[in-house]
Design a protein around this ligand. Structure first.
Ligand code: FES
Length: 106
């Protein structure tokens, strides 16, 4: 498991999503602030090469800006077509004012 620094506590406001590039990882992550909690996922939509962090959070889902498909931010489940493949999500830990994503290592 690798700890990836996603943001500092207080940097995101409620309902905000942000793209994060982490050293050592080719793909970006997305960090979300929702219901006062942080969540993390891959940033790329599983339907196309589009950054979900450019999308919008509505009712616990992240809507892709390209085709309006969506995923449940808590589970990664695809909830709105054309998305069918689940989004990879990551556990988050908050330590000393930093928000980390816990990313399994291959
Ligand atoms: S690229 Fe995201 S819904 Fe098509």
């Amino acid at each position: 498991m690798k700890k990836v620094l996603l943001c500092r506590v207080g940097e995101l406001t409620e309902g905000e999503v942000r793209q994060v590039s982490a050293p050592g990882f080719e793909e970006d992550f997305a960090v979300y602030m929702m219901d006062g909690q942080y969540f993390a996922s891959d940033d790329l939509c599983t339907h196309g090469m589009v950054s979900l962090s450019a999308g919008e959070i509505v009712d616990g889902q992240i809507f892709c800006p390209l085709h309006d498909g969506a995923f449940d931010i808590r589970t990664g489940k695809a909830t709105v077509l054309p998305c069918r493949i689940a989004l990879k999500i990551y556990a988050v830990s908050v330590e000393d004012g930093n928000v980390f994503g816990l990313v399994p290592q291959d």
